[in-house]
Design a protein around this ligand. Structure first.
Ligand code: CA
Length: 225
């Protein structure tokens, strides 16, 4: 999952990026409203964390512009303490949720997880496909109840597929959502990860759709003729 973090406080931004990355997200950052607005428009993010007090263009204007442009990416706003009117204005402008400063980073993490889940139409943190279950809170993956160890990259890839079951997902889409903008993207590595995940899971839930990409399918739902 790939996030955009728009925060002008350099220390806070650096700290949040580190924690979000250690939680498995690819994170792009912007330090002002103009740069942030541009990235949100140009790139594909799974969620955006947006501070409201920003130089060049304030957070509310950034958000209103995206929504007018039809950009529907889930947005979590960071609001000032006691800023109830800011929260109302933010939600009315199209924010999906808010966290009040100062906050515990765990709260931001939990809210981002929930936003991404809901945007994918998943109400529960346990995402399942056939015998495979992935818990988005703990990052645990099990097959028939037995845990399977995946590397951070393998987990990211499987989590993206599990959030979008049955959708055909191209390698380009996967690279866009798994790596930040500074990463040297090579879509061949995706194939390598898929092969490793299949081996580790031991069950066939990732179909290769020739020339198009991958599709997560629940094998128990496949009818046999
Ligand atoms: Ca600020």
């Amino acid at each position: 999952m790939r996030l955009l973090l728009i925060e002008d406080d350099p220390d806070l931004s650096r700290q949040m990026k580190l924690v979000l990355e250690s939680d498995g997200y690819a994170v792009d950052t912007a330090a002002d409203g103009e740069d942030g607005h541009f990235l949100g428009e140009a790139e594909n993010y799974d969620a955006i964390v947006l501070d409201l007090g920003l130089p060049l263009m304030d957070g509310l204007s950034v958000l209103s512009r995206w929504r007018k442009q039809g950009i529907a990416t889930p947005v979590l706003i960071l609001t000032a303490r006691d800023g109830w009117s800011e929260k109302v204005a933010g939600l009315d402008a199209g924010a999906d949720d808010y966290v009040t400063k100062p906050f515990k980073i765990e709260e931001v993490l939990a809210r981002v997880r929930a936003l991404i889940r809901r945007a994918a139409g998943q109400a529960s943190p346990d995402l399942s496909c056939g015998p495979v279950t992935l818990n988005t809170n703990s990052g645990k993956v099990t097959v028939d109840g037995l845990s399977v160890h995946l590397t951070a990259q393998e987990y990211k890839l499987l989590a993206y597929l599990m959030h979008h079951p049955e959708k055909i997902i191209s390698r380009t889409e996967l690279t866009e959502h798994l790596y930040d903008q500074d990463f040297d993207r090579d879509s061949n590595t995706i194939e390598v990860f898929v092969t490793r995940i299949r081996k580790k899971l031991g069950v066939q839930i990732i179909n290769t759709i020739r020339g198009l990409g991958y599709q997560l399918v629940d094998i128990s739902q496949q009818t046999t003729e």
